[in-house]
Design a binder for this molecule. Structure first.
Ligand SMILES: Nc1nc2c(ncn2[C@@H]2O[C@H](COP(=O)(O)OP(=O)(O)OP(=O)(O)O)[C@@H](O)[C@H]2O)c(=O)[nH]1
Ligand SMILES: [Mg+2]
Length: 440
């Protein structure tokens, strides 16, 4: 994509985190880089060669000494001329260095502006730009790995392959549109139908991998619920590997809902311990139980906890909507207990069955462990893929009416294009880039 304006200014920002560090970096990008270099360094460094020098302010006073790197356009992160000044990472030095760049004609960059320019210069597409932010924000190695795959263009390539299929199918369809229906022979029709089916399958695969990957970004909200004293808090502690919640033999111990973030195989989970469900006259406990119900409404997954030593049981008051796993705790007190089909037997005391529970949590959330690499998709990507899938499904129902068929294909194509940014409106770009940190 070409630059959006010809009068691009020059931006500067501290690219390293706020605070003290061994090294701090000020990054400058834009046509004014040679001028900034001349003012701050006294000269423009050789392209891509580290130059040691003094950084000076407007009065010519030395701010710091360090390394300077110059990347001429278009071979830089942004695609513009870029200057990186590596000084000592103290807040005062960094601010002074940034001010010197501003005095030399640069403007302070907005959040994500470097990456936005990389997108506008065609260095990366939109999905890759988003992956930059996702990589920085990654909460686990698994998430980082997936973000890196998106950044290197694997996700974009998969979207590109889908679009290529659609382009071919649209070409075949446009050819048919030139003939009245009775002249479109069976061969063409079958060809179009077969291609459509293939494209839908391929899209389904990308969507599945993206749904999985989106779990790595968003995490899963898992709520432990059950009657008092069944061992919910003990389970939370066991799963967290820490004594987080208070455990006592007194029913009605837990009042407030307690949230504990944890990782299961790199998938971020927020596990919520709740007050046990029962009729209570105690004012505080009643409020706790109200909170349990609110948590249940919001849960992606409910773990309904029962006691193995009390036999099989049922909990009426769980919402029907959310996914649910039934577990029988305290299996150590009931050796030989056989849980109902689909339910798990565990012991918070001995740890028995907890590995199986972890796997079931991942499974119920739609994560297939040890499977193929997934795409760290965003909600925006999922919605676009789902829109494309819906248009392809609609197309399948329109096969004799080629104008409608063609229109559905066009809409599916546009939905896919919005992922990589071919057809993205400016407001969407603003929305995406403003969430970046400064200096990226
Ligand atoms: N033997 C045995 N005892 C357990 C097990 N899990 C929990 N307990 C005991 O059961 C009692 C209640 O445990 P909690 O974890 O407080 O139960 P809870 O469901 O959080 O209870 P409330 O907060 O009152 O709703 C405690 O005395 C625990 O030590 C288990 O697997 N085996
Ligand atoms: Mg409890």
């Amino acid at each position: 994509m070409p630059s959006d304006d010809l009068t691009r200014d020059t931006i500067a920002a501290i690219a390293t985190p706020a605070g003290r560090g061994g090294i701090g970096v000020v990054r400058v990008s834009g046509p004014g880089v040679p001028r900034v270099a001349a003012a701050v360094l006294g000269k423009l460094p050789q392209p891509r060669l580290a130059m040691f020098g003094s950084f000076r302010d407007r009065q010519g006073e030395t701010i710091d000494e360090g390394l300077a790197l110059y990347f001429p356009a278009p071979h830089s992160y942004t695609g513009e001329a870029v200057l990186e000044l590596q000084g000592h990472g103290g807040p005062v030095v960094m601010q002074a260095l940034l001010s010197a760049c501003v005095d030399a004609g640069a403007r302070i960059a907005e959040p994500g502006e470097f990456t936005r320019r990389a997108f506008l210069e065609g260095k990366i597409d939109l999905a890759q730009a988003e992956a930059v932010a996702d990589l920085i924000d990654a909460a686990s190695r698994e998430a980082a790995r997936s973000a890196l795959r998106s950044l290197s263009g694997e996700f974009s390539a998969a979207i590109g392959a889908l679009r290529a299929r659609l382009v071919e199918l649209r070409a075949v369809t446009e050819a048919m549109l030139d003939f009245p229906e009775e002249e479109v022979d069976a061969l063409h029709r079958e060809d179009a139908a077969a291609r459509l089916a293939e494209t839908r399958d391929a899209l389904g695969e990308v969507l599945a991998k993206s749904r999985q990957g989106s779990l790595l970004r968003a995490g899963i909200h898992v709520v432990l619920a059950g009657r008092p004293n069944v061992g919910k808090s003990s389970l939370l502690n066991r799963l967290a590997g820490e004594e987080r919640a208070i455990v006592t033999p007194i029913p009605g111990t837990t009042r407030d809902a307690l949230r504990e973030p944890m990782l299961i195989e790199g998938v971020p989970i927020v596990m919520v311990d709740t007050a046990g469900l029962r009729e209570s006259r105690d004012e505080i406990e009643r409020l706790g139980i109200q909170r349990t119900r609110q948590e249940l409404e919001r849960a992606d997954l409910v773990i309904a906890v029962f006691e193995a030593n009390r036999g099989t049981d049922a909990l009426q008051d769980l919402p029907a909507a959310s996914a649910r796993i039934d577990i029988y705790n305290k299996i150590d007190l009931a050796p030989g207990f056989a849980p109902p089909a689909e339910a798990l037997a565990v012991s918070a005391r001995t740890g028995a069955g907890l590995e199986a529970l972890r796997q079931r949590i991942l499974e119920a959330a739609g994560w297939s462990a040890g499977g193929e690499p997934v795409f760290l998709a965003r909600e925006r990507h999922l919605r676009a893929l789902e829109r494309a899938a819906a248009h392809l499904a609609a197309a399948a129902g329109e096969t004799p009416r080629w104008e409608f068929f063609a229109e559905e294909l066009r809409l599916a194509h546009a939905a896919l294009g919005s992922i990589t940014g071919e057809f993205s409106a400016d407001d969407l770009l603003g929305e995406i880039f403003k969430r970046f940190c400064i200096g990226k």
